[in-house]
Design a binder for this molecule. Structure first.
Ligand code: FPP
Length: 254
């Protein structure tokens, strides 16, 4: 297994400019193919996907990561068969119900990114409860993008800022990148350093369009249900081997 010193081991942790990531975002892809290859219904792939999520959250906490965001239901996923949509809703409920107490006691703050519009009442109640219960935690931010679309999030942020202008709270000229960032669902969460997509696909699929502007993209040839700590460490190794320039010059080029 690839060995990466943890943030706590190195005393580093991202915002201080170290090469340990501060935030990792994951497009958890490949549940359907994983199930199909084994002759199971797609829902079984999603169930195994939840197990992989559990493993990954634990691994992320273990190595000292502070922020993890996962894409678990997109605004486009409503186009799937009703039974699959319901299965995904059921899995979110089961995950929150089963893991909330433990995560809360471990200092995890849970945030659900995305629009509340169209979500059933029981999901809304659960989501509100999970967020309220963990709101004061700060050891680890777990953001679950559910009913999420990057463009939709940007439109909602623009609407918020437009009504701030219309109501005279701010001038249009006061809309800056920072203010826009603060109007997004990820307010207070640093931009992702790494964006992982599993299953060998090479797309961002409307995930964190604004926030991933400078994320290092890591596409991994593993189906999400098989993902685990070794893959997380491998992605961090790949990230550390890259040179991030944020629009500047390569070191030594000047
Ligand atoms: C993409 O795989 C995955 C999803 C659309 C859902 C991801 C959901 C989970 C990992 C489990 C649910 C977790 C929570 C917390 C609700 P796919 O089905 O598109 O796979 P395929 O491309 O192989 O068909």
């Amino acid at each position: 297994m690839t060995s990466v010193p943890t943030a706590s081991q190195t005393g580093e942790g991202g915002p201080d400019g170290s090469d340990f990531p501060d935030h990792i975002a994951i497009i958890m892809d490949g549940n359907g193919r994983w199930a199909k290859a084994r002759g199971f219904p797609r829902a079984v792939g999603h169930e195994r996907g939840v197990e992989a999520l559990r493993r990954t959250v634990e691994a992320a906490q273990d190595i000292g990561l502070r922020n993890l965001t996962v894409y678990s239901f997109s605004t486009e996923n409503w186009r799937r068969p009703v039974a699959e949509v319901n299965a995904l809703f059921g899995l979110l409920k089961a995950y929150v119900k089963r893991d909330l107490n433990r995560l809360a006691s471990e200092g995890v703050r849970i945030r659900i990114l995305g629009t509340r519009e169209g979500l059933p009442e029981d999901i809304l109640e659960l989501v509100d409860r999970a967020e309220a219960r963990t709101a004061k935690n700060s050891a680890f931010n777990l953001c679950i993008a559910f009913n999420y679309g990057g463009r939709e999030e940007i439109v909602r942020a623009a609407q918020k800022l437009a009504s701030d202008v219309a109501d005279g709270r701010i001038e249009a000229s006061e809309i800056t990148e920072d203010r826009f960032t603060a109007a997004l669902d990820t307010d207070g969460i640093p931009d992702p350093d790494i964006m992982i997509r599993t299953s060998g696909e090479f797309r961002l699929s409307n995930f964190l369009n604004w926030q991933a502007a400078y994320a290092e993209l890591v596409f991994m040839d593993v189906l999400w249900p098989d993902f685990g700590k070794s893959h997380l460490l491998e992605a961090i190794e790949i990230y550390r081997s890259r040179e991030r320039r944020f629009g500047g010059l390569a070191s030594g080029a000047a």
